[in-house]
Design a protein around this ligand. Structure first.
Ligand code: F3S
Ligand code: F3S
Length: 105
Protein backbone atom coordinates (compact mmCIF):
# COMPACT_ATOMS: atom_id res chain seq x y z
CA UNK A 1 0.00 0.00 0.00
CA UNK A 2 0.93 3.63 -0.28
CA UNK A 3 1.01 5.76 2.86
CA UNK A 4 0.42 9.45 3.55
CA UNK A 5 2.92 10.93 6.01
CA UNK A 6 3.30 14.00 8.19
CA UNK A 7 3.85 16.61 5.43
CA UNK A 8 0.12 16.36 4.62
CA UNK A 9 -0.89 17.46 8.13
CA UNK A 10 -2.65 20.86 8.06
CA UNK A 11 -1.89 21.15 4.33
CA UNK A 12 -4.49 18.81 2.77
CA UNK A 13 -3.76 19.87 -0.78
CA UNK A 14 -6.04 17.08 -2.08
CA UNK A 15 -4.45 16.88 -5.52
CA UNK A 16 -3.97 13.19 -4.72
CA UNK A 17 -7.70 12.52 -4.52
CA UNK A 18 -8.25 13.38 -8.16
CA UNK A 19 -5.60 10.91 -9.30
CA UNK A 20 -6.78 7.85 -7.44
CA UNK A 21 -8.66 5.43 -9.73
CA UNK A 22 -10.23 3.54 -6.82
CA UNK A 23 -11.19 6.51 -4.58
CA UNK A 24 -9.34 5.09 -1.58
CA UNK A 25 -7.89 8.33 -0.16
CA UNK A 26 -10.02 9.39 2.80
CA UNK A 27 -10.17 12.78 4.45
CA UNK A 28 -9.69 13.17 8.18
CA UNK A 29 -9.62 16.47 10.05
CA UNK A 30 -5.94 17.36 9.63
CA UNK A 31 -4.66 14.99 6.93
CA UNK A 32 -5.74 12.40 4.42
CA UNK A 33 -5.30 8.64 4.81
CA UNK A 34 -4.89 5.89 2.23
CA UNK A 35 -6.97 2.77 2.81
CA UNK A 36 -4.44 -0.10 2.97
CA UNK A 37 -6.82 -2.72 1.59
CA UNK A 38 -8.48 -0.58 -1.05
CA UNK A 39 -5.29 0.92 -2.52
CA UNK A 40 -4.22 -0.98 -5.63
CA UNK A 41 -0.66 0.40 -5.56
CA UNK A 42 -1.10 2.23 -8.83
CA UNK A 43 1.19 5.01 -7.59
CA UNK A 44 -0.67 7.79 -9.43
CA UNK A 45 -1.09 9.87 -6.27
CA UNK A 46 2.57 9.96 -5.27
CA UNK A 47 4.03 12.42 -7.82
CA UNK A 48 1.19 14.97 -7.61
CA UNK A 49 1.49 15.79 -3.91
CA UNK A 50 3.14 19.25 -3.74
CA UNK A 51 4.66 18.53 -0.31
CA UNK A 52 5.84 14.96 -1.07
CA UNK A 53 3.72 13.42 1.66
CA UNK A 54 2.97 10.15 -0.19
CA UNK A 55 5.27 7.12 -0.18
CA UNK A 56 5.15 3.46 -1.06
CA UNK A 57 5.21 1.65 2.28
CA UNK A 58 8.76 0.32 1.78
CA UNK A 59 10.05 3.79 0.87
CA UNK A 60 8.60 5.65 3.86
CA UNK A 61 11.34 7.85 5.37
CA UNK A 62 12.50 6.63 8.79
CA UNK A 63 11.21 9.68 10.67
CA UNK A 64 7.70 9.00 9.43
CA UNK A 65 7.67 5.23 9.83
CA UNK A 66 4.78 5.50 12.31
CA UNK A 67 2.56 6.77 9.53
CA UNK A 68 2.18 3.30 8.09
CA UNK A 69 0.39 2.40 11.32
CA UNK A 70 -1.53 5.68 11.31
CA UNK A 71 -2.95 5.03 7.84
CA UNK A 72 -3.90 1.45 8.75
CA UNK A 73 -5.37 2.19 12.19
CA UNK A 74 -7.39 5.15 10.92
CA UNK A 75 -9.69 2.54 9.36
CA UNK A 76 -10.07 0.34 12.45
CA UNK A 77 -13.56 1.65 13.10
CA UNK A 78 -14.51 2.59 9.55
CA UNK A 79 -13.72 -0.78 8.03
CA UNK A 80 -13.63 -0.79 4.25
CA UNK A 81 -16.26 1.66 2.95
CA UNK A 82 -15.25 1.05 -0.68
CA UNK A 83 -15.04 4.70 -1.68
CA UNK A 84 -14.01 7.94 -0.02
CA UNK A 85 -16.42 10.19 -1.91
CA UNK A 86 -19.47 8.52 -0.42
CA UNK A 87 -18.03 8.87 3.10
CA UNK A 88 -16.98 12.53 2.88
CA UNK A 89 -14.84 14.21 5.50
CA UNK A 90 -14.37 12.16 8.64
CA UNK A 91 -14.36 14.17 11.87
CA UNK A 92 -11.34 12.40 13.33
CA UNK A 93 -7.60 11.81 13.03
CA UNK A 94 -5.24 9.09 14.15
CA UNK A 95 -4.01 9.97 17.70
CA UNK A 96 -0.50 10.42 16.29
CA UNK A 97 -1.79 13.23 14.09
CA UNK A 98 -4.30 14.69 16.55
CA UNK A 99 -1.57 15.38 19.10
CA UNK A 100 0.74 17.27 16.72
CA UNK A 101 1.08 21.03 17.18
CA UNK A 102 -0.15 23.13 14.23
CA UNK A 103 2.01 22.35 11.21
CA UNK A 104 1.19 25.31 9.01
CA UNK A 105 4.19 27.55 8.45
FE1 F3S B 1 -2.10 15.67 1.44
FE2 F3S B 1 -0.52 15.79 -0.57
FE3 F3S B 1 -2.84 14.68 -0.86
S1 F3S B 1 -0.81 17.36 0.94
S2 F3S B 1 -4.08 15.78 0.57
S3 F3S B 1 -1.20 13.96 0.41
S4 F3S B 1 -1.82 15.93 -2.36
FE1 F3S C 1 -4.87 5.38 -5.20
FE2 F3S C 1 -2.45 6.18 -4.74
FE3 F3S C 1 -3.19 3.74 -4.11
S1 F3S C 1 -3.66 6.70 -6.48
S2 F3S C 1 -4.64 3.26 -5.64
S3 F3S C 1 -3.95 5.60 -3.24
S4 F3S C 1 -1.23 4.35 -4.89
Amino acid sequence: TYVIAQPCVDVLDKACIEECPVDCIYEGKRMLYIHPDECVDCGACEPVCPVEAIYYEDDLPEQWSDYYKANVEFFDELGSPGGASKVGQIDADHPLVAKLPPQAE
